[in-house]
Design a protein around this ligand. Structure first.
Ligand SMILES: [Zn+2]
Length: 283
């Protein structure tokens, strides 16, 4: 499942070919993904200009000049692939249509953006731009970790109310937006906090230390183009490569990367998800 850095990587890849450009034609090749598409989706998109391509948590939002915003969720395996536009030094030719190309955006500038999703856990919807943030999918999401509303005072206050393990609390999208299993594991290792520690029992300075660490982990991952574990591709089709920088995630039984630690990374299961951590470095 793509987390914030992967979605932000896709957004940054799409922005140069989609922003400030009209959708000359939108092909909608099936009635639904995870949920039914909105009525007349193709007609409502065709001819619309994308004024801004933004991200909220793990959702991409294309604000259109029609007063609507296209909401895009990549699901488990969704890809937004660009062709016919210069990306870096290369121009990717339009590939032949593939079986799971569900929505195709033909941009006025000649670029094509294809949403391909074999497992169809992705989603698209059209929202009123003015009230988009209060849409049921977005209204209960907590602050953006890279935004101004996420700070030490906020995190201390909200974690005071959480008797769950810190791992679980940070995965709670109402606490902070967009963090998933990978980046919470990496954050807790860098913060030297054990994933099983109760959130409301962690001292204020240690909770405060999480804020810059979360920002750094996410920024590092975005810089690396996200993490490609199974299906994730950037909009250019390239793999992300932050997975080569994991300190703990997926490293069960391997040596801890902290100099002179000597312990190995352990895995426990919390709320049905694997937590990777070093029992010596994280308390
Ligand atoms: Zn260690």
């Amino acid at each position: 499942m793509p987390e914030l850095p992967e979605v932000e990587t896709v957004r940054r890849g799409l922005a140069p070919v989609m922003e400030s450009t009209r959708i000359a034609k939108a092909d909608v090749n099936r009635p639904n993904l995870r949920w039914p598409f909105p009525d007349q989706m193709s007609e409502r998109l065709t001819g619309a200009k994308i004024e801004r391509l933004r991200r909220r948590s793990k959702y991409i939002l294309a604000d259109l000049d029609t007063g609507e915003s296209l909401l895009i969720h990549l699901g488990m395996s969704g890809r937004m692939l660009i062709s016919g536009a210069k990306i870096g030094q290369f121009t990717h030719d339009h590939p032949p249509a593939e079986k799971h190309d569900h929505v195709v955006f033909h941009m006025e500038n000649g670029a094509r953006v294809t949403f391909n999703d074999p497992r169809r856990f992705g989603a698209m919807d059209l929202l009123d731009t003015k009230t988009a943030d209060s849409h049921k999918l977005l209204s209960s999401i907590g602050p953006e970790p890279l935004g101004n509303n996420f700070d030490e005072a906020y995190l201390i206050e909200v974690l005071k109310t959480k008797g769950s393990p810190i791992k679980t609390a940070l995965l709670d999208q109402s606490v902070v937006a967009g963090l998933g299993n990978i980046y919470v594991c990496e954050t807790l290792y860098r913060a030297h906090i054990a994933p099983s520690r109760k959130a409301n029992k962690i001292s204020k300075p240690r909770v405060a230390s999480l804020v810059p660490i979360i920002r750094q982990v996410l920024s590092d991952a975005i810089k690396a183009g996200g993490s490609s574990l199974k299906d994730f591709r950037q909009a250019s089709g390239d793999l992300g490569y932050f997975q080569h920088s994991f300190d703990v995630y997926g490293r069960e039984g391997e040596p801890c990367k902290t100099v002179d630690c000597g312990n190995t990374i352990k895995r426990i299961v919390q709320s049905g998800r694997s937590s990777f951590y070093c029992p010596s470095c994280q308390r």
